[in-house]
Design a protein around this ligand. Structure first.
Ligand SMILES: [Zn+2]
Length: 111
């Protein structure tokens, strides 16, 4: 389990690894803007794919931090069952629906 550090200003990602002594270092080494920690599952778009970067930023700002989102959540005898991973969207229209549909789920799982 690791995190990536992402700079949306210069559209770069840096592998965080699991070196926790480095965790407080949040400035982008290139532009000195503050970077965002994102799940290691985040697949950064290519540098020129500006639209995809905007979508990723929108998702992260809305709390969708590239952790797993599930197709179905149900409970059996009080045990929560998770089924089917949902892929993160790459365009803004889908991203807005995605946030609407799954934000509650992440809030629920992070409780
Ligand atoms: Zn930067």
């Amino acid at each position: 389990m690791g995190y990536k550090k992402v700079c949306f200003n210069c559209r770069r990602s840096f592998n965080q690894g699991t070196d926790f002594t480095q965790m407080s270092e949040k400035e982008c080494p290139v532009c000195r803007e503050m970077m965002v920690h994102v799940s290691h599952r985040f697949r950064p778009p290519k540098h020129r794919e500006i639209e995809k970067w905007k979508v990723a930023k929108y998702l992260i700002e809305n709390g969708m931090n590239y952790h797993h989102v599930y197709d179905k959540i149900y409970s059996v005898d009080g045990i929560v069952c998770l089924q089917g991973y949902v892929n993160y969207p790459e365009n803004m229209r889908e991203a807005k629906e995605f946030v609407k549909k799954y934000k509650g789920q992440l809030d629920f799982l992070n409780r």
